[in-house]
Ligand binder design. Structure first.
Ligand code: DX5
Ligand code: ZN
Length: 220
């Protein structure tokens, strides 16, 4: 079955001194979503950006902001990211005491809700969440840094989750994040993913290459 593939460039690999310009460039280059990695130096061993930066970037693109929260505790920040202009908010079950409640809170803010599974977190975690979410994000690296290598055991998890999604009969995006390259993108797609996050692979070569990089990742 062929499904349309969306590319969500991770701005973690963009030039942080020119973030607005970089977002306009990937938008013009044909990306589908914009992936914003939020890290707190506590849940993951790196610190990136907060809601003020998301708000400042919002006017630079009309495309959906796909905001991946790697912060703990997460619940107290949902509203700030929603107000800043996030369209999709994804959260890790390990980042708060009650993941089901966190998903409900994101939806109550009028945003699409996603759940993220780390490489060591089993697909089974989704059993009682899948009916609530708009998106499932499979981490194919341990969260914290761009430029890591794809963990191939996650392909089996993507396949299992694709079956779970199809069984629901609902439209739920299956996104993969980490180590996506021209070699691993087709594997993730074949396993059932329909959204690929790509930091290094999008921003490689500078703005003149962004359109070609995005097309190549989509398999075009
Ligand atoms: C890792 C982040 C990813 C990362 C992807 O914690 O969630 O979004 O930036 O970077 P690449 O595509 O370079 O592996
Ligand atoms: Zn991410």
């Amino acid at each position: 079955m062929t499904r349309p593939i969306k590319i969500s460039p991770s701005i973690l690999s963009a030039d942080f001194a020119r973030l607005g310009e970089e977002i306009r460039a990937i938008d013009a280059a044909g990306c589908d979503w914009i992936h914003v990695d939020v890290m707190d130096g506590h849940f993951v061993p790196n610190i990136t950006i907060g809601p003020a930066v998301v708000k400042a970037l919002r006017p630079h693109s009309a495309k959906p902001f796909d905001v991946h929260l790697m912060i703990s505790p997460v619940d107290g920040y949902l509203e700030a990211f929603a107000d800043a202009g996030a369209d999709i908010i994804t959260v890790h079950p390990e980042a708060g005491p009650h993941i089901h409640r966190t998903i409900q809170a994101i939806k109550a803010l009028g945003k699409k809700a996603g759940v993220v599974l780390n490489p060591g977190t089993p697909a089974k975690m989704l059993d009682y969440l899948i009916d609530e979410v708009d998106l499932i994000l499979v981490m194919s690296v341990n969260p914290g840094f761009g430029g890591q290598s794809f963990i191939s055991s996650q392909l089996r998890k993507i396949e299992a989750i694709r079956m779970m999604i199809d069984k629901t009969g609902r439209e739920i995006h299956l996104e993969v994040d980490g180590g996506i390259t021209l070699e691993t993108a087709p594997l993730a797609i074949a396993a059932g993913a329909d959204v690929l996050v790509a930091g290094t692979a999008t921003f490689r070569g500078g703005p003149d290459q962004y359109a070609a990089n995005i097309c190549a990742l989509r398999g075009e």
